[in-house]
Design a protein around this ligand. Structure first.
Ligand SMILES: [Zn+2]
Length: 64
């Protein structure tokens, strides 16, 4: 009779450095600004607004 050996999953917690959470927060904020922000934050910085707008078009995101 054959016995199947199923590998067990290692559930040892990993140590995530604190700086990686800051990098994640900055990446999420940057993604939000580039993909969703439509003038609420960047209406006074037209160069930034147009840069994000053109980036959305370059990525194929619907914006208008
Ligand atoms: Zn557009």
């Amino acid at each position: 009779m054959a016995v199947a050996i199923v590998p067990t999953h290692d559930t040892t917690p990993i140590d995530i450095p604190r700086w990686s959470w800051m990098v994640l927060a900055i990446a999420l904020l940057g993604s939000y600004l580039m993909l969703q922000e439509n003038g609420w934050l960047t209406s006074h910085w037209m160069v930034i607004h147009e840069f994000f707008h053109d980036s959305r078009h370059a990525l194929g995101m619907p914006c208008h």
